[in-house]
Design a protein around this ligand. Sequence first.
Ligand code: XMP
Length: 517
Amino acid sequence: MSQILILDFGSQSTHLIQRRLQDLGYTASIVPSHISVSEIKDKNPKAIIFSGSPSSVYENNAPNYDIAILELPLPKLGLCYGFQCTVHHLGGKVEGAPIREYGECPVSILKEDPLFQNINKEFITWMSHGDSITNLPESFTLLAESNTHPAAAHCPQYHFWGLQFHPELVHSQQGTEILNNFAQHIAGLTPTANTIAHTFHTISDEVKAQIGDDPVLILVSGGVDSSVAAAVLLKSLDPNKVHLMYIDTGLMRKNETEEIRHILSQLNAQHIHIINAKERFFSSLKGISDPETKRKIIGDLFVSVTMDEVQKLDLPTDFFLAQGTLYTDLIESGKGVGTKAHIIKSHHNVNSPLIIAKRESGKLVEPLKDLYKDNARSLGLYLGIPETLIFRHPFPGPGLGVRVLGDVDPEKCRILQEADAIYIEELRKRELYPKIWQAFAVFVPIKSVGVAGDVRKYGYTIALRAVCSVDGVSADIYDFEMKDLREISSRITNEVPEVARVVYDISSKPPATIEWE
Ligand code: XMP
């Protein structure tokens, strides 16, 4: 039972409203804008928020809500379109503005109101609207304005507050405080103390309701998302019903398979199926040096190994399949809330017939689908996954298959694993690891001459990569102290005899990509 119901009119940021409220310690759920009054009464919320929308209130088929909702004796907050739509319903005027307001916009508070308790009189908000309210209905009191347009208003008759800006966006100064004021001072709600515990219980209840006592399978990759999703299943369901499958492609980091086995056992996993598929991967990759061909081979083989191995498990045909899809994975598919079409995590499952079949039969479980990466991380820590896994740098689906340049074999992978492990260990020791977004070693199949002791050696090249980024879309190189690079290089050439030379990659993205292949 959520404290706040968010009516979704199709805005990209509807989900963020829910996120912000949850982060503040309130429970909120999103429902379609056409929800009926009786459905709302069944849900028994303590407040209602009307979201924004890409539509204009005058458009044909513009999203709308049942006006009887306004009669409910609950506090209501309309954001952007949610405000305009209500103004339109109550006889005010909304028009296409000659000057559209997009982006940062200063707002001045004109009248004191609990919504603006402890908020500066002037603050910057984030607007994104073509239409503006040009005339408020008589029952409304103007609370704030921007560029002579109403930015906030209150209608006591219907317990309705409207904001023209988006308090849920980080660019709106004090937006979170305004949402908190609405929840706490207007709706009289009390935030829960431990929000991560609350998030877990909400997700856990959903998982239990969806899966019940049936068996569930999850593919774990060693990455954050699938590990946290696995932990959620193990802590919510009978661990005897939870099957975890990990496919060891031979293209993982050093000791990765053992580490993930250990972590899953600590989480009380009873059925860990570690599939040793190294042979299949290495033989399929033999002699192949084109990066795209390698990627395709690895992706396709991953799907077929999974299919083969799932067949071998003693599971009924209608078992549930879980995966660690995050909300951002859904956004990246270009689908907003309400119409969200689930995309498939690129690592394991591109066009996997198993995922498609499970989705179609309603047997796909995505416990993290409402979380962002940072929430998933907090949840993982809360559930006891070690920090070293939770804050691990991103790792590409094809793994070392794209970090051993050219053709891949077990020996080159081993050399790379050794060099990479030294590199990462040194970064952790020097407390540089958390400062870098992604760091890894690359095996360059070029031999050069070196000396070890008094002996001439002819060995491979290892390139070190370290980048700073926010999302991997663009990246800059990490500015190491030369001393750090020298010492790391020296450890690698001393301890991995097959390596004669270490180089540091100083290319940003663009023009280079983060991975070399
Ligand atoms: P690039 O090399 O395109 O990488 O600059 C951007 C980010 O994406 C990661 N990456 C992948 N992740 N499957 C993944 O799950 C892949 O095939 C893949 N290729 C690149 C890369 O490590 C970096 O973080």
